[in-house]
Design a protein around this ligand. Structure first.
Ligand code: PMP
Length: 423
């Protein structure tokens, strides 16, 4: 396979995405929801910086100073991308999963957590230190708000509470009513964290405007390469929590005590949770992606994706035996993430055939949202299967699904080829 670049239809001529070509056929990467291709501008920014990187917050040397300046400029860039409030803290992490685990480690003792059973496992599972209430799958956005209202009204009102909700589903692409859920949480004295892993690449996420307390997202879904993520939001819990990682960089001073132990004074800034040498290249890349998207604006991207979503849904509806998975019904607004099953087909075999015969990369499986996919497939909640494992023989009821997802830079030809292949 060779690599060439193609102009993005929506982000302007200077912003290019790499396309992998094999012989005559361009490989159609339609798995943006797993990891989106990095923008050419991100690669260019990384390449321009790569020869000069040094350790941050440590060295007196020029490269260390430069890297420290760029690292903190990256923090400011991502904070601007998220519309952070002046007293919000922004911690660089490895990923959304890492960000939510950091928050889970930082919630005060006794915090009650409310989470819909439909969440991605990264949102569903980190709350092991807390008392968790799993909310049942709503069938409309309004029902999601009602369900949350009811659950919060039932709590005793003592202690802290946190609601964790996704902005856009990684299975159906459907948008969740984040603003309304935030209002409901706050009306009952709870905080809310937004899992923006799938929302941020497709829509503006403004922490103040949505009035959420925390936001988490990953660089590799936002047109930057792997290795960096973000947790941003209210400083107090983060400032008061035990450091997520203990080590250099998180500690302000460490001293031996007369009794033989050590006294540690931890930083109260984001550094408290960023111990060790950070991923300066990854942070540079995520900031570059945020800057590119912010400068390009989301208007053209949203319009283009809406058009592609319409074409894919119409195209799939025309193929007999294809069923698109939806929690909120036909009128739901979606980002470019669509899952479906095909009568008589094992989804894993179907996805393998798309790859081998048509050069199309999609995903199959339960998408790390097992309860949601099983609900949507009408299956048993205890049905076996891991993410991506083939589960049903051809002709049997599907126990997993196929997911197609796209975004900035997806050419019409990829979508046309996909629909032709499915038909
Ligand atoms: N939340 C959602 C909604 C996701 O789609 C994903 C990734 N599939 C995650 C969280 C986890 O992101 P990461 O793998 O980058 O930690």
């Amino acid at each position: 396979a060779a690599c060439r670049t193609a102009p993005l239809p929506v982000l302007g001529r200077d912003v290019l995405v790499p396309l992998v070509t094999g012989g005559e056929v361009t490989y159609a990467a339609l798995d943006y929801a797993a990891s989106a291709p990095a923008l050419q501008r991100v690669w260019d920014d990384v390449a321009a910086y790569a020869p000069y990187y040094g350790s941050v917050h440590r060295g007196a040397g020029y490269l260390s100073q430069l890297s420290t300046d760029l690292f903190e400029a990256a923090r400011a860039e991502v904070a601007a991308f998220l519309g952070c409030r002046p007293d919000d803290q922004l911690v660089f992490t490895r990923s959304t999963t890492d960000s939510l685990n950091l928050l889970a480690a930082a919630v005060p003792d006794g915090t009650e957590v409310f989470v819909f059973e439909t969440e991605h496992h990264a949102s569903l599972l980190p709350w092991r230190r807390a008392r968790v209430t799993y909310l049942s799958a709503p069938r409309t956005p309004a029902q999601a708000v009602e369900t949350l209202e009811k659950a919060l009204a039932g709590r005793d009102g003592h202690g802290e509470a946190l609601v964790c909700v996704t902005g856009a589903s990684n299975v159906t692409g459907e948008l969740w009513p984040v603003r309304e859920l935030a209002a409901a949480a706050h009306a009952h004295g709870a905080r809310i964290v937004l899992d923006a892993a799938q929302l941020a690449p497709h829509h503006p996420v403004d922490i103040a405007d949505l009035d959420v307390d925390y936001v988490a997202f990953s660089g590799h879904k936002l047109y930057a390469p792997f290795g960096s993520g973000v947790l941003a939001g209210r400083a107090d819990w983060l400032r008061d929590a035990e450091p997520y990682l203990a080590g250099g960089g998180a500690s302000r001073t460490v001293a031996r005590r007369a009794d033989g132990g050590v006294d540690v004074e931890w930083h109260t800034t984001a550094a408290r949770h960023e111990a060790g040498s950070p991923n300066v290249i990854g942070v540079h890349a995520i900031a570059s992606a945020c800057r590119t998207l912010r400068e390009a604006g989301f208007e053209a991207l949203v319009a283009r994706e809406r058009e592609l979503v319409g074409r894919v849904l119409t195209g799939l509806a025309a193929v007999p035996g294809v069923r698109v998975l939806s929690l909120f019904g036909e009128d739901a607004e979606r980002v470019g993430v669509i899952s479906f099953v095909v009568d008589g087909w094992n989804s894993s075999h179907f996805a393998a055939a798309l790859s081998a015969e048509y050069g199309i990369g999609v995903r199959d499986g339960l998408f790390c949202a097992h309860p949601l996919v099983r609900t949507l497939l009408g299956g048993e909640q205890d049905a076996p299967g891991e993410c991506g494992a083939p589960e049903a023989a051809p002709g049997e009821r599907s126990l997993n699904a196929i997911r197609v997802s796209f975004g900035a830079g997806t050419p019409d030809e990829h979508v046309d080829r996909f629909l032709t292949a499915v038909a």
